[in-house]
Design a protein around this ligand. Sequence first.
Ligand SMILES: C[S@@+](CC[C@H](N)C(=O)[O-])C[C@H]1O[C@@H](n2cnc3c(N)ncnc32)[C@H](O)[C@@H]1O
Length: 245
Amino acid sequence: MSEHSSHDSIYRDPRSQVDAFVFDQSVANVFDDMIRRSVPGYATVINMVGVLAGQYVKPGSVCYDLGCSLGAGTLAMRQFIAADGVRIVAVDNSPAMVEKCRGLVAQQNQAVPVDVLQDDINSVPIENASMVVVNFTLQFIEPDQRQRVLQRIYDGLLDGGVLIISEKIAFDSAAEQQMQTELHHSFKRLNGYSDLEIAQKRTALENVLIPDTLETHRQRLSNCGFAHQHVWFQCFNFASMIAFK
Ligand SMILES: C[S@@+](CC[C@H](N)C(=O)[O-])C[C@H]1O[C@@H](n2cnc3c(N)ncnc32)[C@H](O)[C@@H]1O
């Protein structure tokens, strides 16, 4: 998908005031470049979502990609789903993301049907699901709504169904928090972001992207009733978990 995305220079120039981050048209236009240069391990997570879909998606079921943005998770699942009679529902509440996602889905030559919905993951119906992907999106949901969102996903999953949840994570240890943050910023610098871009984006995301610790994620997933859950990927302060109903 990278060749369809423009270079992200949104925070390149100094701003007198940095507004709260929103997923608007300007972000949608550069999003693929932005997320690949900002999230360590992003390409691996997306590719492995395909592997996980090949492994766990059940015939006649529905796969969900909640907070789909440009549909990277959807396109990966769609490529590797081996089961018959499956459809994918991709959901995002940003009109700009949904429009671009629909275009990218239409370009991909794969048989599995995809519905791209402009909807809120707090309320979109979830049913008959064998796999639900929530990649780097729960962190943007109000913290006091997160348990409810996960419970709705759990309730919509079939027995044996899986939830993949990828997030920026926080750490209880101040030393680890500092180390992982520094490594994340080094990663961004190596990918061409200046210190000013890193600082302005960080300000924009403050109070918008609120990360939880892995322990908080584990507790929420077990509160929902998931039978078992595992961290299957971590790079610096980004991790992906899998939970089985
Ligand atoms: C960091 S992006 C997700 C990236 C995407 N899953 C991927 O792997 O490329 C977060 C997305 O969640 C969407 N989003 C945030 N809150 C939402 C909500 N309440 N309902 C639906 N989408 C939401 C945003 O519009 C944005 O596109």
